[in-house]
Design a protein around this ligand. Sequence first.
Ligand SMILES: Cc1cc2nc3c(=O)[nH]c(=O)nc-3n(C[C@H](O)[C@H](O)[C@H](O)COP(=O)(O)OP(=O)(O)OC[C@H]3O[C@@H](n4cnc5c(N)ncnc54)[C@H](O)[C@@H]3O)c2cc1C
Length: 169
Amino acid sequence: MHNILFSADYKREFEGIFDTHKLYTDPTIYINITSKMHAADAPEGMENWFVMINVPHNNGEDWEALRNKARKSIVSKINRLMKTNIEESIIAEETWTPVGIESMTSSFKGALYGNASNNKMAAFLRHANFSSEIEQLYFCGGSVHPGGGIPLALLSGKIVADLILNENR
Ligand SMILES: Cc1cc2nc3c(=O)[nH]c(=O)nc-3n(C[C@H](O)[C@H](O)[C@H](O)COP(=O)(O)OP(=O)(O)OC[C@H]3O[C@@H](n4cnc5c(N)ncnc54)[C@H](O)[C@@H]3O)c2cc1C
């Protein structure tokens, strides 16, 4: 159900994302096919592929052009590694870029995980779990304190629950 096709140069891929804000030509590709576990997630005899690569946040780039470039790299890597012609099997397709993620979810610059957590101060720079301007407005989840990923997102919810409980004691 979960598959990862790693980049031959993981370090270079991430230098591109964080330093030069460019898409790497050999991206690490995550493929999730939930219909392998829950057949009802796809029409009979078919599969639903969720395909994701790492990209920089939205900095006003031409995401339509970047999307097309990324799609080509992804298709050619899948074809090469899985010895197939994946495009023949695609009957419906939808893409999300940071621009779409930003407009659909209001996440800052379309970042999935909030502020980048790649330096020692990152934990202190994340958005707090409460608003200092609006009383009784709280924030929890992967894009605020303490960080992204299921365990930290759950911890974030617990911090907010404790804040609310303490306030009402
Ligand atoms: C492909 C992928 C693989 C991952 N793998 C892992 C992993 O292996 N381990 C790990 O720890 N973490 C993993 N993560 C990260 C983890 O999933 C997230 O950090 C975590 O889910 C964040 O939780 P959240 O509650 O903040 O947001 P979400 O889980 O995204 O929940 C937000 C919810 O709000 C809903 N919503 C959005 N807008 C609105 C609105 N306007 N009105 C009402 N509802 C709305 C959404 O539909 C969604 O259900 C992965 C993420 C991705 C994308």
